[in-house]
Design a protein around this ligand. Sequence first.
Ligand SMILES: NC(=O)c1ccc[n+]([C@@H]2O[C@H](COP(=O)([O-])OP(=O)(O)OC[C@H]3O[C@@H](n4cnc5c(N)ncnc54)[C@H](OP(=O)(O)O)[C@@H]3O)[C@@H](O)[C@H]2O)c1
Length: 266
Amino acid sequence: MEASEDLRPFAIITGASRGLGAEYARALAARGYDLLLVSRDKPRMDRLASDLAGRYPVTVDMEAADLAQPEAAHRLYAAARQRRGALDLLVNNAGFGLVGEFVDMPMARIQEMLRLHVDTIVESIRLFLPGMIERRSGGIINVSSIAGLFPLPCMAEYAATKAFLISLSEALAEEVRPFGVHIQACCPGSTETDFHTTAGVRPSNPLGLQTPAKVVAVSLAALGRGPTVVTIGWRGRVLALLSRVVPRAWLARAAARRMRTSKGSD
Ligand SMILES: NC(=O)c1ccc[n+]([C@@H]2O[C@H](COP(=O)([O-])OP(=O)(O)OC[C@H]3O[C@@H](n4cnc5c(N)ncnc54)[C@H](OP(=O)(O)O)[C@@H]3O)[C@@H](O)[C@H]2O)c1
């Protein structure tokens, strides 16, 4: 028997038009979540929504929005409240990479990244978390990156925003643990999505790319059960270990050499 809308859990996924966000959408629809998909690309979300709604007994809605705009989190909150009173899972996934020397980066692109990766995510969490605490259930996945564990020359601002998300998630996870709310910083390595094309680079990981299906499966399996900071596979575990034991100045120097020769990373 099909669960009624009020009984089905409700999730918002940002950056759901493609890549990891679309994969979170597929995985959560298969788990019986009603979804609100968010990105700027309405036609792509339309196609994904009708595909998912055709396959699973769930409601899939969408909201076309530029989440780098100043009022984006408030609009997202209003859009969610229009559809459902309670949110069970927020996946803050929308993001993009910038590769190159910091001083060559257009200021507008840096500001766009800060709004998308930091401001909108912080504001969204601040808006949605009180309801989860009150209901004593809910989860938030902040899609960070393995790059957030390192100082990363030539992706300095990208890695710094992702490090911010890791630190924020670790601290908030402890604040809300007593209320049964789970927070995760998901830290993929290089993954097969449009991320590298958008950043204008070719993926350069000599060990190959992870699949979105693997990243999302590991992330969802760990939510509420695994650690707050989730890395993917053995490569993720090795890099996380290196980030703890190797002095950061050495890491920065080695990363600068690698980035300048390959012009690409996670
Ligand atoms: N792929 C990797 O190697 C990798 C590794 C580590 C971490 N990550 C992280 O994973 C997350 C997802 O990236 P991906 O790999 O799936 O890349 P992707 O295929 O390029 O997807 C990025 C998603 O973010 C959305 N987005 C970008 N700017 C937006 C904006 N201003 N407003 C609303 N939505 C916006 C895009 O939607 P529209 O353009 O359609 O609006 C798209 O749905 C990012 O946070 C990224 O930093 C990726």
